[in-house]
Write a protein that binds this ligand. Structure first.
Ligand SMILES: Nc1nc2c(ncn2[C@@H]2O[C@H](COP(=O)(O)OP(=O)(O)OP(=O)(O)O)[C@@H](O)[C@H]2O)c(=O)[nH]1
Length: 367
């Protein structure tokens, strides 16, 4: 007979700027959990829950928190409801991971967890994921990232395949300085040892840092910036400066038009993610799209049987003209009528950006 559960389940917050690799890391954990039962709460930005769809099917207990930044869209009682569901003995979870929206303020999430009255959970630490190739630029635009690093318990310096060895070491030193005493782990495709997250006692300085980050510390740190309960300085949060645009179409997109749209995307459009149906261009696959800054990638994924063929995209940026983007996307819809004879040739522009889904065990190709 299994003994009754008395242990508290650690709740780990996974944070990091847009496109840094949070979902990738989460998927790595789900693939390499070695029997550990992981509950996932995804907090996506944009009303189409792309991240929830990306991790969906990989874990039985995925709960999406719905639209927007967690600190605004969900109050503590709502978060508690999700946590209550996931901490039921029948869920038999060993750890819960909350993937924060790339625009959420991690301190808000941590504050909510520390304030939670759920007796079955304990705060499991804040993991901050960094895109090595974008770090300097993001930091320049968002100096508040230094503050996020300062409260992290573990920093994953991700995408080190996109920078040289010397640059990786430079970044490691800079990040370590900002996040001291948290450990900084360089990674490619978020492949870190899951034990770094699941057993905080095992990670360098972990316990000490968790003790440091008390509710009172956070309150003190946030003095003058009350949070998102309607009384605070909401404008100071990263997401206040960003806007998201959703686009859904049940008409396939014309590949040439869509590539032309992507090639001329405005500077402020920092992130695009979702799935594209190219219709006759490829009847077998939908194309997962990831754009971060000027980086662009498509990953073909077979359509599931009976899956509704839709294009679903979320575009996130600052100073973007939402209406113009929606119109631009609408103009990418393929003309009705019989398939064009050169439908496959029209895909060449897309194929330039195609990369197969990386096998977690493979060394990734250079991008
Ligand atoms: N080259 C390279 N690409 C990576 C690595 N990790 C993730 N990516 C790619 O970066 C893109 C963004 O990764 P995601 O995991 O979706 O990032 P995210 O932080 O969840 O993004 P948001 O949901 O927008 O906040 C995807 O195309 C990933 O395949 C890496 O280590 N190296």
């Amino acid at each position: 007979m299994t003994p009754p559960r008395t242990q508290q389940i650690p709740v780990v917050v996974l944070a990091g700027f847009l496109g840094s690799g949070k979902t990738t890391l989460l998927n790595h954990l789900l693939h390499n959990r070695a029997g550990t039962r992981i509950g996932v709460i995804v907090n996506d930005f944009g009303s189409i829950e792309i991240d929830a769809m990306t991790v969906a099917g990989q874990v039985g207990s995925t709960v999406s928190l719905g639209n927007g930044c967690l600190c605004c869209a969900v109050d503590a009682s709502e978060l508690d409801t999700f946590l209550e569901t996931l901490t039921r003995p029948s869920a038999r979870l060993d750890v819960i991971v909350i993937e924060a929206s790339g625009l959420a303020e991690p301190q808000e999430l941590v504050r909510m967890l520390l304030a939670s009255e759920n007796p079955h959970i304990r705060y499991g630490g804040l993991v901050e994921v960094i895109d090595a190739a974008e770090f300097d630029g993001v930091r320049e635009r968002h100096p508040e990232l230094d503050r996020h690093l300062a409260v992290a318990d573990l920093v994953v310096l991700n995408k080190t395949d996109r920078v040289g060895e010397a640059e990786r070491e430079r970044l490691r030193t800079v990040v370590a300085e900002l996040s001291r005493p948290a450990a900084v782990i360089p990674a490619v495709h978020g492949r870190i040892d899951p034990e770094l997250l699941f057993d905080p006692a095992l990670r360098p300085d972990g316990e000490e840092k968790i003790r440091q980050l008390t509710f009172e510390d956070l309150l003190r740190e946030e003095a003058g910036e009350e949070g998102c309960d309607g009384h605070g300085d909401h404008d100071g949060h990263l997401h206040a400066a960003y806007e998201s645009v959703d686009f859904t179409s049940d008409v396939p997109l014309d590949p040439r038009r869509f590539i032309a749209f992507l090639d001329s995307r405005p500077e402020g459009l920092y992130r695009i993610k979702g799935f594209v149906d190219f219709g006759a261009g490829d009847r077998d696959n939908r194309y997962a799209l990831h754009a971060v800054g000027r980086f662009l990638r498509f990953v073909p994924q077979p359509w599931a049987r009976d899956e509704q063929r839709l294009t679903q995209l979320v575009l996130i940026g600052s100073g973007i003209d939402a209406e113009a983007l929606r119109e631009g996307l609408a103009a990418c819809r393929a003309e009705p009528g019989p398939d064009a004879p050169d439908a496959e040739r029209a895909m060449w522009g897309v194929l330039r950006y195609v990369q197969q889904e990386p096998d977690p065990e493979d060394v990734p190709a250079e991008v």
